[in-house]
Design a protein around this ligand. Sequence first.
Ligand SMILES: [Zn+2]
Ligand SMILES: [Zn+2]
Length: 122
Amino acid sequence: MTKLGSLLFCPDCGTLLSLPNEGETTVLCELCDYEEPASSYDNFETTTRSHPEAFPSALRQKRKTQTKRHETYDQGTLVSEKCPACGYLQAYSKEMQLRSVDEGSTIFYTCASCKHGWRVNN
Ligand SMILES: [Zn+2]
Ligand SMILES: [Zn+2]
């Protein structure tokens, strides 16, 4: 994860990630569908929110036409996993193939109690 001041960049393609919306547990990279846990933004001041106008409009237009097979709001399956934040023993798990099949996949967990999000690489 690259942190530059108050900005976060996608580790896969370097795209500037937008700030998470209220209640969302992950931030989706507009370019490659990489997901960053919203907890990475915990220390952020709300005043650092960047304006959409900061992006070239042509580029934004192009990104929006890309097909997304992603269900961002799907929490996943409830499994027995201990939350590192609050110690609750159940979390929602979601497996994602981020790159090629050879490089394995990443399992995203969201705590069923405090909604803390984290991920584990296979
Ligand atoms: Zn990306
Ligand atoms: Zn928790």
